[in-house]
Design a binder for this molecule. Structure first.
Ligand code: SAM
Length: 246
């Protein structure tokens, strides 16, 4: 009898999964991602004055609804993958809050084919979001173990348009400069001059600026077509520090 009930249950589950063609777990992740996108929408509205926009580009929201964040967190964090908060990824580091990833991506105002530098690869999630915006992504991570793990993960997930490197992102990536956009996902005490130099005229950089354990300011750096640089503080944020010997 027990076996018959289990069989019947299995048949119903198989039928349900088969009806949509999507495995049940994937369907649940998709639903959670959709709920997360709704939360991001609300957070954006709440902070519209600071970030200067009441809603994000539809392309950014579509990408947030598509990228499988559960693939970028350790197994013991998977059940929290679609909560709108940072999560531990080991080595004292975090995967950023999805709302922050969404606004940083949006603020870069990227176009298809743009070249983007990310400093602070971490889990690779932000890099994947940028790549899904149809840009060429160069991303640097200072912790060798994380850098190796993420290269393997991005390769397994098929993100061929992301180039990874282990090193100190304070100095940028001269070989692939200039960049249309630069995103720094660790807090810097000041805006690194090499990154400003590696920004294309007309390019934008988004970077948290401030000391560790203090309120940092998410800062927009813009380089005009004629090379003038302006900065604007947008929003108080909390990031892990940009490290390195210099
Ligand atoms: N963007 C990441 C993601 O999507 O998971 C989150 C990054 S985590 C908040 C910050 C990362 O920056 C950490 O992995 C840290 O090791 C890295 N980092 C800190 N200082 C760095 C530096 N000077 N150069 C490159 N990476 C650095």
């Amino acid at each position: 009898m027990k076996t018959a009930t289990s069989c019947a249950l299995a048949t119903i589950l198989l039928f349900l999964a088969g009806a949509t063609g999507i495995p049940a777990a994937e369907e649940s992740y998709e639903k959670q991602r959709q709920e997360l996108v709704d939360e991001i929408r609300l957070d954006v509205r709440r902070t519209s004055r600071e970030i200067g926009r009441a809603q994000l580009d539809d392309r950014v929201m579509d990408v947030m609804a598509r990228v499988p964040r559960h693939e970028f967190v350790p197994a013991d964090q998977r059940r929290y993958a679609y909560m709108n908060r940072p999560l531990a990824i080991g080595y004292g580091q975090t995967i950023s809050q999805p709302y922050i990833v969404a606004i940083m991506t949006d603020l870069l105002e990227l176009e298809k084919g743009d070249r983007v530098l990310e400093v602070g690869t971490g889990s690779g999630y932000q890099a994947a979001v940028l790549a899904e915006m149809k840009t060429d992504v160069y991303t640097m991570e200072i912790i060798p173990e994380l850098g190796r793990e993420v290269a393997e993960r991005l390769d397994r997930l098929g993100y061929k348009e992301i180039t990874t490197r282990i090193g100190d992102g304070y100095f940028g990536w001269e070989e692939h400069a200039p960049f249309d956009g630069i995103v720094v996902t660790a807090a810097a005490a000041h805006i690194p001059p090499p990154l400003v130099r590696q920004l294309k005229p007309g390019g934008r950089m988004v970077i948290p600026v401030g000391g560790p354990f203090r309120v940092q300011q998410l800062t927009m750096v813009e380089k005009s077509a004629t090379g003038e640089v302006t900065t604007r503080q947008l929003l108080p944020v909390a990031f892990v520090p940009l490290t390195g010997d210099r």
